[in-house]
Design a protein. Structure first.
Length: 332
């Protein structure tokens, strides 16, 4: 559940941009999750997943603006619940993913700045989280995780109020405009990935769908970076989780890992390289493997194959189709 701040898209000028202030704040935000992990690993790691969106957002300059931390939790958690609610009806799920992507793009095209910004956030964050929700056949699980996300964002907001206001960071470079045509292609990518997942009866239908939606961008270079980053992040985060779980460490090790993961995710949130999914992948793998480490090989292969599938679908609709259209227009 990646989210880059302040503009949905790549904001940093360096490949890996480390911010110590953000790392410290991320560690504080992770404190409740670490405490829970020390006594109940699965619950604590799930809470860490919930804290991530707010931690990655960073610290807005003014206390008034910090209310956006709660909004991020809501726009992350509720779409996942929606995905879980439609997951039992494949055709409805496919239509919902497509319609929401097109609707978000249309909202991003409005002349009202607040609506336009909301449209971009929905397009880059909320719609992919609907895809994630397709992996939950039982809406109760998605609701529990959504509550953790919103709760984590509320805690992050309360912590942020204790910190002084500061000067705003340098403005993000303007992202490529989202067009309605891009929204249609985004929706088609997500719908195609979901349809394939349902047709193949994959254990986690949402993995390929989310991967496709998360790496799609209206700018070709940006998308290529995210495609490569998504696969690399999955390999690194998944391998790290397999090694940790395979070592069967004491619970305090998982607790320390939770703090390190959330702090690092927060510290690198402005990096130009797409590294966010490394941390989400690590936490997801720990949740999957903690009670059943013997499935490590199967889960790793499953995640990798579905990630590659989603990235390939994103390539078709995000790069190949526009290139073919340009070539066709040029030949005419």
């Amino acid at each position: 559940m990646p989210h880059e701040q302040p503009e949905p898209g790549e904001t940093g000028t360096r490949r890996i941009d480390w911010q110590w202030r953000a790392a410290t704040l991320g560690a504080v935000d992770a404190a409740p999750a670490a405490a829970v992990t020390a006594v109940a690993v699965p619950s604590g790691v799930a809470l860490a997943v919930g804290v991530l969106p707010a931690a990655i957002m960073g610290l807005p300059p003014t206390r008034r603006a910090r209310a956006a931390l709660i909004l991020v939790g809501i726009l992350t958690g509720l779409p996942m619940v929606l995905g879980s609610l439609v997951a039992r009806t494949p055709l409805l799920a496919i239509v919902v993913v497509f319609a929401l992507a097109v609707g978000a793009a249309a909202l991003a095209r409005t002349t009202v700045a607040k609506r336009r910004n909301l449209g971009r956030v929905l397009s880059t964050l909320s719609v992919p989280l609907v895809g994630v929700g397709l992996s939950y056949d039982d809406p109760t699980t998605a609701i529990e995780l959504a509550v953790l996300m919103i709760g984590g964002s509320v805690f992050a907001y309360v912590v942020s109020l204790l910190l002084p206001e500061h000067a705003a960071d340098a403005p993000a470079r303007p992202g490529t405009a989202i067009t309605l045509g891009y929204g249609v292609r985004l929706g088609a990518a997500g719908a195609t990935a979901a349809a394939i997942g349902f047709a193949l009866d994959l254990d986690h239908v949402g993995w390929a769908c989310a991967a496709a939606l998360l790496v799609m961008r209206p700018d070709t270079d940006e998308q290529v970076t995210r495609m490569a980053g998504r696969i690399a992040s999955m390999l690194i985060g998944g391998t790290a989780a397999v090694l940790v779980v395979g070592a069967t460490p004491a619970d305090w090790v998982y607790s320390a890992a939770v703090v390190a993961i959330v702090a690092t995710a927060a510290a690198t949130h402005r990096s130009r390289w797409y590294v966010t999914s490394t941390f989400t992948t690590f936490l997801v793998f720990v949740l999957l493997l903690y009670s059943d480490p013997e499935q490590a090989g199967y889960r790793f292969a499953e995640r990798l194959s579905e990630t590659v599938l989603g990235v390939a679908i994103a390539f078709v609709f995000g790069i190949a189709v526009p290139a073919l259209r340009r070539r066709t227009r040029s030949s005419r």
